[in-house]
Design a protein around this ligand. Structure first.
Ligand SMILES: Cc1cc2nc3c(=O)[nH]c(=O)nc-3n(C[C@H](O)[C@H](O)[C@H](O)COP(=O)(O)OP(=O)(O)OC[C@H]3O[C@@H](n4cnc5c(N)ncnc54)[C@H](O)[C@@H]3O)c2cc1C
Ligand SMILES: *[C@@H]1O[C@H](CO)[C@@H](O)[C@H](O)[C@H]1NC(C)=O
Ligand SMILES: *[C@@H]1O[C@H](CO)[C@@H](O)[C@H](O)[C@H]1NC(C)=O
Ligand SMILES: *[C@@H]1O[C@H](CO)[C@@H](O)[C@H](O)[C@H]1NC(C)=O
Length: 508
């Protein structure tokens, strides 16, 4: 259906352009005067794309669908969307954009939250949603994934064959978008990050050329694209390492505590995390949020303990939290794909709704919780959500994945610089669109960051690129060892000298 519509739209576009109701052609001041209008676009690029491709302009219903983002305040500016059908379509579109000196940006699932995405002006969106190949190799050791796949469809396709691999923790998020910067998820204690499972990639470079990138083919790019990939190219396809499923069942216990228990709860989390040595089968995930089942006036602390295995085997990890007397507990024993839903992060769950409102995200990587500071963070969070209902949907995610397989990888072997972090704190101001609260959200996020950093004994800010707000020092995002940024900058000069990939926490 979608393909038929795309073809229909392309045909309509080519044959009877006038029939499509679109706003006046676009006349930018800041780009080449030769910039094509919509008719020229249809004539020039429309004809050189594959039959599967389609162009959409503002005003068309499908355009709205393709430009809707998870956080609606993040707003890259486009005047056309090219929904590509093939790898060649990506190359053609990049070359076209270069010819006219137009910004371009690949979009997969639209979950990126860095505000640098909003610096795209009058650009071309290269929409990857048709690139959904998921093919498991005959030997069951690898899978071929298209550049537009997302966690839900990968996890389910692999599960159907008794396989699993690294993926993000929310069904809706692009696996490649996440993987090019890291890719934290519940199986990483066994498999490492998403990027640790990338064997090779087909990449469209800034000049529209194609490169095959692996440990032996363009190894410098293989290093850079695993951690800073959004800065180097568009991945149309990759080969992914997959594994036999570890366990037929996953267990989850979700416990809710009120503020009075925050200190003992986080002391217990520190014991469990044990400076990054928590067993591979255990995952902890804490959340500060309103939960109307418990209270409509006070936010609460949710502690999720996941276990790869049975309830019985999970008990030693769960019981110490139960002993702290949560006000509510719920437990689930289910398959790996269904644990996404048990945790409220499934494709159809609230967190995956688009748009979810206006939001910013502030990451802080930690080794251990400074318990009194975490108690102050809760207070900073609670004061705002209680005093301003427009912020009531904000939350704080405190993610403690198991790290064995992540730490087993030589940190110098990829551009991902955060293998020493044991905890990822994500402070998420979320507010009612139109409430004009951007500045207040940023002040709040900055305060949270300063507060959390005050408790790290001088360990500098660690900012996961996929959660970065966009104002962090580049060292916080790409690593403090001077050789890291030096190497990234050198490669950037070689592979993207005109700075075309500059919209996702760019390496300047
Ligand atoms: C609800 C939610 C849950 C999340 N959960 C997790 C999680 O569990 N683990 C985790 O690690 N992160 C998580 N994230 C962060 C996530 O990694 C980033 O938001 C990521 O950028 C999303 O990719 P996307 O394709 O959905 O977004 P998009 O906005 O479409 O893309 C983000 C960036 O990636 C680039 N990109 C996307 N696909 C490609 C490609 N094929 N080739 C080259 N560049 C590409 C885009 O150009 C853009 O710069 C979550 C975010 C949200 C909003
Ligand atoms: C876009 O369209 C697809 C397919 O019809 C649908 O599943 C998706 O929910 C739509 N997204 C938005 C944001 O409207
Ligand atoms: C935690 O582990 C790191 C290595 O990952 C080490 O450098 C650090 O000293 C450890 N901290 C404590 C308190 O043991
Ligand atoms: C509230 O309780 C209902 C019923 O048990 C449950 O379905 C829902 O997920 C709960 N909401 C939250 C936010 O926990």
């Amino acid at each position: 259906m979608a393909t038929m519509l795309s073809i229909l739209s392309l045909v309509l576009g080519l044959l009877s352009f006038q029939a499509i109701a679109v706003p006046t052609p676009f006349h930018p001041r800041d780009v080449s005067p030769a910039l094509p209008n919509q008719r020229a676009l249809q004539n020039e690029i429309g004809r050189s794309l594959s039959k599967k491709a389609a162009l959409y302009f503002p005003g068309q219903p499908e355009y709205k669908n393709l430009t809707t983002r998870w956080a609606e305040n993040i707003s890259p500016g486009f005047f056309v969307t090219v929904e590509v059908g093939t790898e060649d379509d990506v190359a053609t579109t990049v070359k076209f954009a270069r010819k006219y000196n137009i910004d371009f940006l690949a979009i997969s699932r639209g979950h990126g939250t860095t505000k640098t995405l909003s610096t795209v002006k009058n650009g071309i969106q290269i929409n990857l949603r048709q690139l959904q190949e998921i093919t498991v190799a005959a030997d069951g050791k690898t899978a071929t994934l298209g550049g537009g796949v997302y966690n839900d469809n990968v996890v389910n396709a692999l599960h159907a064959k008794g396989k699993s691999s690294g993926s993000g923790a929310a069904g809706c998020v692009g696996l490649v978008g996440a993987g090019l910067g890291g890719g934290y998820g519940r199986y990483e204690g066994f498999y490492g990050l998403v990027l640790d499972n990338i064997i090779d990639m087909n990449v469209i470079m800034a000049d529209g050329s194609k490169k095959f990138v692996s440990a032996t083919s363009n190894p410098d790019l293989y290093w850079a694209m695993r951690g800073a990939g959004h800065n180097f190219g568009i991945v149309t396809k990759l080969t992914y390492r997959i594994h036999d499923e570890i366990s037929p069942t996953w267990y989850l216990n979700t416990m809710i505590f009120k503020q009075d228990k925050i200190q003992p709860v986080f002391k217990q989390l520190n014991k469990l995390i044990a400076n990054g040595t928590m067993p591979a089968r255990v995952i902890n995930y804490a959340l500060f949020a309103f939960n109307p089942n418990i209270s409509t006036t006070e936010p609460v602390i949710t502690i999720n303990i996941f276990y790869v295995g049975s309830a019985q085997d999970a008990k030693p990890y769960v019981q110490p939290f139960l002993d702290l007397k949560p006000v509510s507990t719920r437990s689930f024993t289910t398959s790996y794909p269904d644990i996404f839903y048990a945790a409220g992060t499934g494709l159809n769950d609230f967190v995956c709704q688009e748009p979810i409102g206006s939001a910013y995200l502030y990451p802080m990587g930690l080794q251990t919780y400074n318990v009194p500071v975490i108690a102050q963070l809760f207070q900073l969070y609670a004061d705002k959500v209680k005093s301003n209902p427009d912020f009531s949907g904000s939350n704080v995610m405190l993610e403690g994945y198991s790290l064995g397989a992540v730490k087993a990888v030589d940190p110098a072997s990829t551009a991902f610089a955060h293998r020493d972090d044991n905890i990822l704190v994500g402070f998420l101001p979320r507010w009612t669109p139109g409430a004009n609260l951007e500045r207040e959200a940023e002040e709040w996020g900055t305060k949270a960051r300063t507060l959390v950093q005050s408790g790290t004994n001088g360990r500098p800010l660690s900012a996961y690129v996929n959660y970065a707000h966009g104002d962090e020092p580049l060292e916080a995002v790409y690593g403090y060892e001077p050789w890291r940024l030096a190497r990234l900058r050198k490669l950037k000069k070689r592979y993207d000298p005109d700075f075309k990939f500059r919209f996702y926490n760019p390496i300047r």
